[in-house]
Design a protein around this ligand. Structure first.
Ligand code: SAM
Length: 311
């Protein structure tokens, strides 16, 4: 078994990146998730590689007597996730534990359903990780993977911000994102010691190889509009400001990490510095004008779920 990916994740502390995913799961979509993942109100569910527990919390909100256990190899994510559970009064419905997905503490046939959001794809040995999840699922029940594939591009509009250089900001954001997705991502995945492609189009085959039956694929999309009037203003404001801040950090980091790839595709120090400068201007504008803002920034993407039954 190849467990080398563990080294990279153990000390990972990128809480914000994971917490921001909450908007990918809406209340309207929960019945669909429950149906596909084989969960009912009273199920015991395992959320593998749960990070800070965003997906576990989302599912927990649809449970009655049921319970969700999430595990992750990063003790920092789990500690942070436990604090979030307390804040949200969900500690009774969700348990978060530090555990290694290649060697789980749970007995065979423990859970009514086993799922994960973008966990299996980060492992250096997907097959070993899947087999361990199948082991702890009850026979006749569903094991599933929710997959955010890199093979379907995200869609987004960076907003028509009335700042000096607003158009240039959109252009540079798009350029950086295109280079990242087309050329940088694969190299980053290799650094993370992942098994094959990060995006992973071979999940149905993987499910088959691991002995699951009744394999099915289910598509869904998500979309976040920062001007959506149904969401509380403060929530939208914090989300957008926090996202812009963490995006600035992430873009700077990945540019410095993979400079030669960016430079080879027309994105140099000059563009990188200008982009950050413009993002700072946007932040300043947002802090002063959110609520009256008509810039209509939004983002969305495509995910798919693969499900199979344990015999
Ligand atoms: C892409 S993240 C997804 C996190 C979370 N499901 C979410 O969507 O916010 C992958 C997660 O798998 C965890 N992970 C990686 N290898 C692991 C292992 N061997 N055992 C348990 N968790 C692991 C990482 O720490 C990380 O939190």
């Amino acid at each position: 078994m190849n467990t080398i990916s563990n080294e990279i994740w153990k000390d990972n502390r990128n809480y914000q990146g994971f917490e921001q995913r909450a908007y990918r799961f809406t209340d309207e979509m929960r019945p669909m998730f429950f149906n596909w993942l084989g969960i009912d109100k009273n199920s015991t569910v395992l959320d593998a590689g749960c990070g800070t527990g965003v997906f576990a919390r989302y599912l927990a909100n649809g449970l009655d007597k049921g319970h969700i256990t999430g595990f992750d190899i990063s003790e920092f994510f789990i500690a942070y996730g436990r604090e979030r559970l307390k804040e949200l009064n969900l500690s009774g419905k969700v348990t978060l534990e530090v555990d290694d997905g290649f060697n789980l503490r749970y007995a065979d046939d423990t859970f009514d359903a086993v799922t994960n959001y973008t966990y299996i794809g980060v492992l250096s040995d997907k097959e070993a990780g899947m087999k361990e999840l199948i082991r702890v699922c009850k026979p006749g029940r569903t094991v599933s993977c929710v997959i955010a594939t890199m093979d379907a591009p995200n869609i987004w509009w960076p907003g028509d911000y009335p700042i000096e250089g607003g158009g240039e900001l959109s252009r540079l954001l798009r350029l950086e994102s295109d280079i990242y997705h087309k050329f940088v991502w694969e190299s980053t995945a290799r650094d993370y010691k992942q098994d094959g492609e990060w995006g992973g189009l071979q999940y149905p085959k993987l499910f088959d190889v691991c002995g699951l039956s009744e394999i099915r694929m289910h598509p869904y999309a998500y979309l976040m509009d920062y001007n959506d009037s149904q969401l509380p203003l403060e929530y939208r404001k914090n989300l957008l400001i926090e996202e812009t801040e963490s995006e600035m950090g992430y873009i700077t980091w990945r540019y410095n990490d993979k400079k030669s790839i960016y430079n080879a595709h027309g994105f140099s120090d000059k563009e990188s510095e200008r982009l950050i400068e413009l993002m700072k201007l946007k932040l300043g504008y947002l802090r002063g004008h959110f609520g009256e803002d008509k810039s209509f920034e939004w983002r969305g993407g495509f995910n798919y779920i693969v499900t199979g039954k344990k015999l």
